[in-house]
Every structure is written in C-alpha cells, then in structure tokens.
Ligand binder design. Structure first.
Ligand code: ZN
Length: 226
C-alpha cells in the first residue's frame, strides 16, 4: 500500500496532509522521493526560470555527471528539490536529509553511494584524522578494488563539485541560462578527475558524511522546505 501512496508523489501527499512526515530514513528508497510528472514540470531554478523547457531546448543530448552541479537546487512551488540525471533523462526528488548541494544529495540518497558510505563508516578506524590515498588503497585491497573504484568515483564527484562551483562563480550565476551554455560548461570542465593530492580532502569530506548518515540515527524530516 505504501508504494501506492508514494507513486502519487510525496508533494501530492503533503499537499493533502501537511503534517505528514517521512518514515525513518532506512525505510525510504530514492524512488519514493521522486516527484510526479506534474510536480516535476513545476521545477524552477533559483533564477526563477522553468527548468523543463530550458532543458527541452537542448540541441543535443544533455547528460553527464556535471548536470547535477549546473541545475540544482530547484524549487517546486515553495519546496526545495534536487534534480538527478540517469540515462540521459532527469527526475526531481525531495531530500530526505537537508543537502548543501548536488554532491550531498547524490551521496546521501543514491543506494550505491550509501553502501560505500556505510562501508567507510564501519571501517573509519582505518582512516586517521588526515586520511590519504594510501589509506584508501590499504582499505580497498581485500575487496579486489571494488571499494577503491567506488570511493574514487565519489572523490571525482567531490572534485567536480569544486570545478563546477568555481566555473559558475566566475560566470557570475547559479545556473546556466540555457542548455547550450550547460554544454559549454561540460566541454570546458570534463573530465573531472580528483588530483591525487586532494584525495585526502575528499576522503575527509566523505567520512564526515558517513558519520552524519550512519554515525547516529539521523533525524526524520518533513519534506516541506528541507
Ligand atoms: Zn505530485
């Protein structure tokens, strides 16, 4: 029954029952946080621009790991939501936990990243206060590098956050004004690969997020304006 409630979208449900709160985080999948088509169509960027027509005007396929950094967060009416890309299409989601940016949204909500965060949290004693790429390699070795690759991808995303943030600040805007401009950003910035001397900073950030997500039972939030 619960999936039926969610399939009509959390915002639809909240509009009917404003006092509703989400179930405890471990029970909620990212699919349950996706908004319906009608609500997705109402997503606006911080500039006030409607997102759907802006993206639909793209001259080609708009995709890639940088898109989330270019077109987030959005507001659907008064509620903050996060846009995420998969297989060249995008969806909007309500956050379960407050997020500072697209990086935090993806890491704290995508199941594959949560699995990595949980592994980091379980073995955080292997990383000191100043973790390094060598610690990462030592920790990953027993898994046949599966864990190394998963964390490396997150380190690259962490670096991508810095790169896109700087480029947007330099351009003086929070988001591209057109799909063409978004494509120009990605042409200029990709591929983003975290420099080896920044892996420690990325690991510190990921360990802090692991603690936030799994160190203590996270608070339950209403989805309104999180
Ligand atoms: Zn809805």
């Amino acid at each position: 029954m619960r999936s039926q409630v969610f399939s009509m979208c959390r915002l639809c449900a909240l509009q009917r029952r404003p006092e509703a709160v989400l179930p405890p985080p471990r029970d909620v999948s990212i699919d349950a946080l996706r908004v319906c088509e009608a609500h997705r169509a109402r997503a606006r960027l911080e500039s006030g621009a409607w997102l759907a027509p802006l993206l639909a005007a793209a001259p080609g396929v708009l995709d890639g790991p940088g898109m989330g950094f270019l077109f987030n967060p959005v507001r659907i009416d008064t509620t903050v939501a996060w846009v995420s890309w998969a297989f060249s299409s995008w969806q909007a989601y309500l956050p379960l936990l407050p997020c500072a940016d697209s990086f935090e949204f993806e890491v704290l909500h995508r199941p594959e990243h949560l699995e990595t965060l949980r592994s980091l949290q379980e073995s955080r004693a292997m990383f000191g206060a100043a973790p390094t790429a060598i610690d990462l390699a030592r920790w990953s070795r027993p898994s046949g590098w599966h864990r190394f690759e998963a964390v490396q991808r997150l380190c690259d995303q962490w670096w991508r956050r810095q790169c896109y943030g700087e480029a947007l600040r330099a351009a003086g805007r929070a988001s591209p004004v057109s799909a063409q401009e978004a494509m120009a950003f990605t042409r200029e910035l990709e591929p983003c690969v975290a420099p080896i001397d920044r892996i420690g900073d990325a690991l510190r950030c990921l360990l802090a997020m692991a603690e936030r997500r799994f160190g203590t039972e996270p608070p339950v939030h209403a989805a309104h304006g999180a």
